[in-house]
Design a protein around this ligand. Structure first.
Ligand SMILES: Cc1cc2nc3c(=O)[nH]c(=O)nc-3n(C[C@H](O)[C@H](O)[C@H](O)COP(=O)(O)OP(=O)(O)OC[C@H]3O[C@@H](n4cnc5c(N)ncnc54)[C@H](O)[C@@H]3O)c2cc1C
Length: 128
């Protein structure tokens, strides 16, 4: 059986990532529908328990959206108006259950033209 890693520490997660070609798993709302297997083919690096990876924080450099931040976190987050488009996108993703599990990073890293978050990121990259 393939390895399933669920670290709680960011340094451990990075060590695992550097050591072997793992598949990163967050909410799995894209990963599971994409496989017919009963168990996700691995090895898997589940990032949902990594401390500090989920959430939105304002820093001196700007707004930081963690790699395990869900769409529900975005909807409920205290974000400036520049993020209204991301909030609108968040409300369009699947249903509340999907928004509770699915993450912004997972959406961005699943290359599909239907991904709600991608236009927001493209506009942000284009406008700096
Ligand atoms: C019923 C249903 C309805 C849906 N409706 C919509 C919809 O309306 N609009 C829409 O855009 N999407 C929709 N989706 C797709 C999905 O919910 C979103 O794309 C979601 O944001 C994916 O996030 P996730 O955390 O579940 O990703 P996962 O499934 O965990 O991962 C997706 C991909 O991203 C990679 N990944 C995840 N996290 C990271 C990270 N931190 N760093 C690098 N790579 C990473 C994974 O390896 C994988 O390749 C739907 C899915 C379902 C099941």
């Amino acid at each position: 059986m393939d390895a399933y890693h669920r670290p709680t520490d960011l340094d451990d997660a990075l060590r695992i990532l550097a050591a072997e070609p793992v598949r990163i798993a967050a909410g799995c709302t894209d990963l599971f529908p994409a496989t017919e297997a009963k168990v996700l083919p691995g090895p898997i690096l589940d990032i949902t328990a990594v401390e500090g990876l989920r959430g939105i924080t304002a820093t001196d450099e700007g707004i930081h959206i963690g790699a395990a931040t869900t769409w529900t976190d975005v909807i409920r987050g205290d974000l400036p108006p520049a993020f209204d488009a991301l909030k609108l996108a968040a409300r369009e993703v699947g249903s509340v259950q999907i928004q509770n599990a699915g993450t912004v990073a997972g959406n961005h890293n699943n290359p599909t033209p239907a991904a709600e978050g991608v236009p927001f990121h493209m506009v942000k990259v284009a406008s700096g």
